[in-house]
Design a protein around this ligand. Structure first.
Ligand SMILES: [Zn+2]
Length: 197
């Protein structure tokens, strides 16, 4: 598992771009099927319910979700733990704190508002925030049932990915989307992903 995540770590340094160079395939392109087989062959997937590869999502969002749920995203808190010097402060709300995953994805004022707006637009259940991102996602997942479950989970991961993307765009390109614009694009992306479902 660790070497897969090492390969996936490249994603974190390619801020502001959707291009991912995937070092485990010959041409550098990412394949979720290949990656799944690779992972299945070398170890256990610890979050099988969450890591539902059947979800209709682009590979980049699946990869991001895996890193997020494994606690492997390079947030400011994660960088400081590695003794990497950085400027701190939340890119989304400008609060002067050390950014961690729970703040970034759920408790930040920007994120909280985004979940509300996406909820209004899609019928997505607003996540009940727990102590960690993983627990919050697990709680949300276990509260869902029925045929709409995959769709709801897919919207949730798309929202989480969009928050990370927005954070990276603000840091690397100084581009900031108003929260209602981001919510609308999540709704549109979702409609595209589920077009054939
Ligand atoms: Zn914030």
């Amino acid at each position: 598992m660790s070497f897969i995540l090492e390969g996936a770590t490249n994603l974190q340094f390619a801020e502001g771009t959707d291009k991912i160079f995937w070092k485990w395939s010959a041409d550098g392109t990412f394949s979720s099927t290949k990656t799944y087989k690779l992972m299945a062959s070398i170890g256990k997937i610890k979050t099988p319910v969450l890591w539902n590869w059947k979800l209709r999502l682009p590979p980049k969002i699946k990869l991001f979700s895996l890193l997020l749920l494994q606690g492997k995203l390079l947030t400011q808190q994660a960088l400081l733990r590695r003794n990497i010097q950085i400027h701190t402060g939340c890119s989304l709300c400008s609060e002067s704190l050390v950014e961690d995953s729970l703040h970034l994805f759920f408790t930040c004022t920007y994120s909280t508002r985004l979940w509300q707006l996406v909820g209004n637009l899609t019928g997505l259940a607003f996540p009940v925030i727990s102590d960690t991102v993983l627990q919050t996602v697990l709680n949300t997942e276990s509260s869902l049932s029925g045929p709409g479950k995959d769709k709801m989970l897919a919207y949730m991961f798309t929202t989480l990915w969009s928050l990370w993307n927005e954070r990276n765009n603000r840091r690397s390109r100084d581009e900031a989307k108003p929260v209602h614009v981001l919510a609308k694009s999540i709704q549109e992306d979702g409609a595209l992903f589920f077009k054939h479902s």
